[in-house]
Design a protein around this ligand. Structure first.
Ligand code: PRF
Length: 376
């Protein structure tokens, strides 16, 4: 994998770049749609490619390990082939899902013992077996196994946990060196900064992660309930320490406003369930604010969903029709809203990139944030 920085905004720390992997180029800043269980919920791969057009999507080790399970993915020849997606994929390590989804988890130095959220069966994730699983899934970018601390988090717990995440990182790296690739392309490995909302821990963790000399780096443990200002303060500290010539990935973030603010602090990659999950609940993101399409006020509004016409759904359907689909609980409503929201998120990062390249990102960002901070 390699990363070229093409431009830096003169009035913020925003960068525009290009990552190249075995499955093509990723123009940064990028938003990665979440395809947890080998599917971006409700969206055909064909629509994802032609209409939403992301260079990369995300899958989850935790979910794929439980279903369809690793042997099936191995037989399929990896996740790309299994789901018919020939562009980039990144897999998260399970270092977050295991804490947020599974029951009875016990975290020890060795790893995490947990019960499946599907059938209650017992499993263990260690840095070593999670690297093996990610080798088999075959994503282009694979993530370190970490512990994502909750918010708020006691200082001593956060400190102990951060050190364990660092030791787990060393085990991941050692294990990858011994584990051959399963497919005919490389896999880039990203370590993850932790340290909760404590400045000194974030600094220490960023230094440790920077020293691992990985091809890209991630920031975890944020957007877990802390106020946005605290998240920005942590991203800022960490981005100043992580190497400039490597891509930076902020995990699980966030709202359109969070994304723009973090781009301004030097983040290049994002993922979040928000555009897809909120779409299924009738929430639409637009450049002029958010819409709750279930609201009565849209019942006889026959104007297009979004006159910006980013994806076909925006002009092919009216707000009144989409509201109706939600009212009668038709699947198509969720599909339309998902395509709209993902189309908007990808538009937003592409615009951000354009303005970084033009050198006027900061003014554009401030204007967009004002505009988007509304409920319509
Ligand atoms: N670690 C991992 N995945 C994650 C996170 C993390 O801290 C977060 C935190 N927002 C989202 N996804 N491995």
């Amino acid at each position: 994998m390699n990363f070229h920085r093409l431009a830096k905004d003169p009035n913020s720390k925003a960068r525009a770049g290009e990552i190249t992997t075995g499955h093509g180029k990723i123009k940064t800043p990028i938003f990665m749609p979440v395809g947890t269980v080998a599917s971006v919920k409700g969206v055909h791969q064909r629509e994802l490619k032609n209409d939403i057009n992301p260079d990369i999507i995300l899958g989850n080790t935790y979910h794929l390990y439980l279903r369809p399970q690793t042997p099936i993915l191995e037989k399929a020849g990896g996740l790309h082939k299994f789901m018919n997606w020939d562009r980039n994929i990144l897999t998260d390590s399970g270092g977050y899902q295991v804490y947020s989804l599974s029951a009875n988890r016990k975290i020890k130095e060795e790893g995490v013992k947990f019960k499946s959220h599907i059938d209650g069966s017992t499993h263990i994730f260690t840095p070593e077996n999670v690297m093996e699983i990610q080798r088999t899934i075959g994503a282009d970018i694979i993530m370190a196994f970490d512990e994502c601390t909750p918010y708020p988090c006691d200082y001593n717990y956060a400190k102990r946990s951060m050190h364990m995440t660092h030791r787990w990182l060393d085990r991941c790296i050692n294990h990858l060196e011994k584990t051959p690739l399963k497919y005919d392309y490389n896999q880039a490995f990203f370590p993850i900064v932790q340290g909760s909302t404590y400045k000194d821990l974030r600094q220490q963790s960023a230094e440790y992660i920077a020293n691992s000399d990985a091809v890209g780096n991630a920031i975890g443990g944020l957007s877990v309930g802390e106020p946005a200002e605290e998240m920005y303060a942590m991203t800022d500290i960490v981005c100043d320490i992580l190497p400039e010539d490597k891509p930076r990935y902020l995990m699980g973030v966030g709202t359109p406003i969070n994304i723009l603010e973090n781009i301004a602090l030097g983040v290049d990659m994002f993922d979040c369930v928000m555009p897809t999950r909120n779409a299924r609940n009738g929430m639409l993101f637009t450049a002029h604010g958010t819409i709750n399409i279930k609201n009565r006020k849209w019942a006889d509004d026959f104007s297009p969903i979004d006159d910006m016409a980013i994806t076909f759904v925006d002009t092919e359907y009216s707000k009144a029709y989409l509201r109706h689909l939600f009212t009668v609980n038709e699947l198509l409503g969720k599909q339309i809203a998902t395509i709209h929201n993902l189309g908007f998120y990808l538009w937003l990062v592409r615009e951000a990139r354009k303005h970084i390249l033009q050198g006027n990102f900061r003014t554009w960002k401030d204007k967009m944030i004002k505009q988007m901070d509304k409920r319509l």
